[in-house]
Design a binder for this molecule. Sequence first.
Ligand SMILES: [Zn+2]
Ligand SMILES: [Zn+2]
Length: 96
Amino acid sequence: MASIGTMTCARCAHTFPGAIGNTMYGVRLRCLECDAERLVPWSLLSPPGSLRAPAEDHRVACDRCGRLSLRAGLRPRCPQCGSRDTDMTSVDIVAD
Ligand SMILES: [Zn+2]
Ligand SMILES: [Zn+2]
């Protein structure tokens, strides 16, 4: 299940729009380097449907910076201070 809403940074209290969680179509990966998001189909994971290390197993590169730094389960990074200590504080849309 994926949620789209407002994220709040625990470090600097900046708020920004963000999305967290996975969808029925795939797992949401984020880039450790540039924080770009990419949705990777569940069938590409190893084993299929698991949340374990899809980036390493399948060498999925980031669309934006080209590095193999996509990871599952990362929080969106605060655009103001760069912290990943962020939480969704209001939810606008919940989707499967
Ligand atoms: Zn990147
Ligand atoms: Zn911040």
